[in-house]
Design a protein around this ligand. Structure first.
Ligand code: GLY
Length: 401
């Protein structure tokens, strides 16, 4: 993935000279995070959300910050970005807390990936060797050692990988805190306000259309998640190839004083749930996910999806059987063609992308916020995001995502 010089040499947006107006389309964790950073730097910024901010993929997520256990063969270029953002998370959570007094439940117990039968354990041994080849800090545990760490795990657990640095937050609290921080810092938030079109003039971004109104802008940050590709007015050369990838999830209520687990647990999956995960929050909710389904914008729940989640979760943590099932939902991950985010400027001056975060939107939010805000205020593209510019899809940007 090489940066295109014509994009890399793009002039800064010269925000200092005038009170330039920046429109951010999408009030999810990335849109709000970028808005917050821009507002902190003195920019005049408005976040538009066609519904309520933070209520799509940000709300639907599990809040896992897991660059180690989610590392995949073939995605090695993503790892440094994920690690850099992971390292920013604790400070980001602390800053949000001091700005808003909202505790986003940053938890550092770590993550356990467990195997049940012999095949699972062999597969985990390969994963463990792969993680070690990447020099990630992971530890192999026997089934006995895994159950010592988490006594409610199934007796059948045959082995596990413990990843102490894969942490988590409560993503819904993060959205609430970011919204408050953005507003406190002088940002404008327009909810239930759909940007229907980006208007360009002489090939540059000039305005956004909202119903009958046209608002002049210096720059547009497109952070509309799974909807980023469909916006009217985007020049084809700058249209991000992002598609929705459905995830069904459920929440089970544990006793917050006596939770079944404290670490995030991953376990074996099947076709529709590639790996089951269970993320315990401090209010006692146990978030269980997720299916991975190519279903367009459908967000319906299916009996089969929920059944697989329950069955796979019960296999690793049988104690959930008697607990209340309190919530079920489906969210849409914004997936790109190579499962990596699409960040930074485009060949349309003034159009900046922050989308395509796939399974990693919560993890990558602090870095996305900083790097996109830095680009807009200085014109510099940080080396961290250069491999993730849109131009890596150069020959096929307008093709089917
Ligand atoms: N990062 C978890 C998921 O996308 O399901």
């Amino acid at each position: 993935m090489q940066g295109n010089p014509s994009i890399l040499n793009m002039a800064p947006l010269e925000l200092g000279a005038v009170a330039a107006m920046i429109a951010i389309i999408g009030g999810g964790i990335c849109g709000l995070g970028i808005g917050w950073r821009l507002a902190q730097s003195g920019a005049k910024v408005t976040v538009y959300d066609r519904g309520e901010a933070g209520m799509e993929a940000t709300w639907a997520a599990a809040g896992m910050l897991a660059p180690h256990v989610e590392a995949e063969h073939g995605e090695e270029e993503l790892l440094p970005l994920a690690l850099e953002s992971r390292d920013m998370w604790k400070g980001f959570a602390r800053e949000l807390h001091s700005e808003t007094n909202i505790d986003v439940d940053y938890r550092e117990e770590g993550t356990l990936v467990v195997g049940l039968d012999r095949d699972d354990v062999e597969h985990l041994e390969h994963r463990s060797a792969y993680f070690e080849s990447l020099e990630l800090d992971v530890e192999w545990l026997s089934g006995y050692e895994a159950r010592k760490r988490e006594p409610h795990l199934a007796r059948a657990i045959g082995g596990a990988i413990y990843s102490p640095l894969d942490h988590q937050v409560d993503n819904r609290k993060v959205a609430e805190a970011l919204k408050a921080a953005f507003l406190n810092t002088g940002g404008k938030l327009k909810e239930h306000t759909e940007v229907t079109e980006v208007v360009t003039s002489n090939g540059k971004v000039a305005a956004v259309k909202i119903a009958e109104e046209t608002v002049a802008v210096e720059a547009v940050v497109l952070a509309a998640g799974a909807w980023s590709r469909n916006l009217a007015g985007l020049p084809e050369i700058s249209r991000p190839p992002v598609r929705p990838l459905k995830g069904q999830m459920i929440a089970i209520q544990m006793d917050p004083e006596n939770p079944l687990i404290e670490n995030v647990i991953w376990g074996p999956g099947n076709g529709v749930v590639p790996s089951i995960y269970l993320a315990p929050k401090s209010d006692g909710r146990l978030i269980v996910g997720a299916t991975v389904e190519e279903m367009g914008f459908d967000t319906g729940l299916t009996a089969g999806g929920v059944m697989e989640l329950l069955r796979l979760a019960w296999d690793v943590l049988p104690g959930i059987y008697d607990l209340p099932l309190v919530e079920s939902w489906a969210g849409l991950r914004p997936a790109s063609r190579d499962d990596a985010p699409i960040l930074g400027p485009t060949k349309t001056p003034g159009l900046v992308l922050a989308t395509g975060h796939h399974r990693n939107g919560i993890l990558l939010a602090p870095l996305t916020a900083q790097a996109i805000s830095d680009y807009i205020t200085t014109g510099e593209i940080s080396s961290s995001i250069q491999p993730f510019l849109l131009d890596r899809f150069e020959s096929s940007v307008a093709a089917t995502a």
